[in-house]
Design a protein around this ligand. Sequence first.
Ligand SMILES: Nc1nc2c(ncn2[C@@H]2O[C@H](COP(=O)(O)OP(=O)(O)O)[C@@H](O)[C@H]2O)c(=O)[nH]1
Ligand SMILES: [Mg+2]
Length: 222
Amino acid sequence: MSDQHQKERLLKVVVCGDGASGKTSLCLRFAHETFDGDYHQTLGLDFFIRRIILPGEVGVTLQVWDVGGQSIASSMIDKYLHGADAIIIVYDITNTASFEGAREWNESVKKMLKNSQVLPALALVGNKIDLESKRQVKMDTHNRYAVEQDMGSFYTSARTGDSVSLIFKQMTAQVMKIPMPKAELDKEVVPIVAEATANQDVPKRGTSRIPGQNNTTVCNVM
Ligand SMILES: Nc1nc2c(ncn2[C@@H]2O[C@H](COP(=O)(O)OP(=O)(O)O)[C@@H](O)[C@H]2O)c(=O)[nH]1
Ligand SMILES: [Mg+2]
């Protein structure tokens, strides 16, 4: 039941992983519904903000911290991670080294948080699934690592937008301990289909979804 007087929550979500894995693109897709095919290295830190509505009309504002890939070696990293409610570790499925980078990020994050009283929710994100034909990191490798490390597991494309808002909704629901109906989550998940690499046009978002089922009254991203 919704509580009219419930205070609106502000959550801190930190997005990290190796450079060029698609962190900024995922943040831009989530916060502004845009995609930029050019690479602009993130120096230090960027911020994005977006409000989402979870089941029960619970409004949550997400402050997303987009951490530059080189920050893993920076003395600022523990400050960036401090107080995070959720940490999203991104790698590029077409780049094995970036998966190794994701493991290193996870180990660093866990080391830094070992004395924290409340542990943030953790997620492993394999990005660039629109480039399925160039995949280097096996799904089995990803899945086993996510289970072993007790991380949420996602496959996304910042280019097409597939499953991007799913990460943020599901992680927020986990932090807020709000059950997400399976039917709602299923609407966000798009089957992984290889795309012809000759076509460089950005595919229309959601073209593989069932027509008329993109919008939800239960869980909206605003
Ligand atoms: N094909 C494809 N390219 C992507 C995707 N996400 C990011 N990119 C591209 O990968 C490069 C690095 O992305 P960026 O978001 O800057 O990576 P970051 O360094 O992790 O922030 C850019 O050229 C993006 O356009 C994706 O899902 N699919
Ligand atoms: Mg970046």
